[in-house]
Design a protein. Structure first.
Length: 165
């Protein structure tokens, strides 16, 4: 992901669609936000949660977020080890931005088991992951050609040549 993705201030369209669809399961309830990073999701959840806990394994990210939002319950924690959190203590475990993709297969299984442990019986685990079955998942980046030179220049400038495909 490009560095500027982490400075976004809004939820992604897929996240917004999910959260709207399942609003009754998380609004005014207890939320665990995994991989909170610079606070993109934090800004969304804090005013809507009964209790909000943000975790990240990066002390740099947590320090950045703590400076911006000192009132938030922030914890340095690994997705694979949520043992500091009580069983059945969250209504929503939210792990956006493909954070699970940084883990090995065994790590993913541990993270999913830990997520299920901290979720209440009717809770929801929401996470995103890359689709490795997508036909271009392992293809080299390519510049997509547009016959309109203005559109070609615009698309190239928006994404940068190395991320075009």
């Amino acid at each position: 992901m490009p560095w500027y993705y982490f400075l976004r201030k809004s939820m992604l369209p897929a996240e917004t669609a999910f959260l709207e669809k399942y609003k009754s399961s998380w609004l005014d309830r207890d939320i665990l936000d995994i991989g909170a990073g610079t606070g993109r999701t934090t800004r969304f959840f804090v005013p809507r949660a009964r209790r909000y806990v943000a975790i990240d394994d990066s002390p740099v990210m947590l320090n950045h977020l703590k400076k911006r939002m000192p009132e938030i319950d922030l914890r340095q924690m690994d997705f694979r080890d949520l043992s500091a959190l009580a069983d059945s203590s969250f209504d929503l475990v939210f792990a956006a931005a493909n954070v699970i993709d940084a883990l090995t297969h065994d790590g993913r299984l541990r993270a999913l088991r830990q997520s299920c442990r901290v979720l209440r019986p009717d809770g929801i685990l929401a996470f995103s992951a890359h689709n490795l079955n997508y036909k271009d998942a392992f293809a080299e980046p390519q510049l997509r050609w547009y016959w309109n030179p203005v559109r070609l220049a615009s698309k190239t400038a928006q994404r940068g040549c190395r991320s075009m495909h």
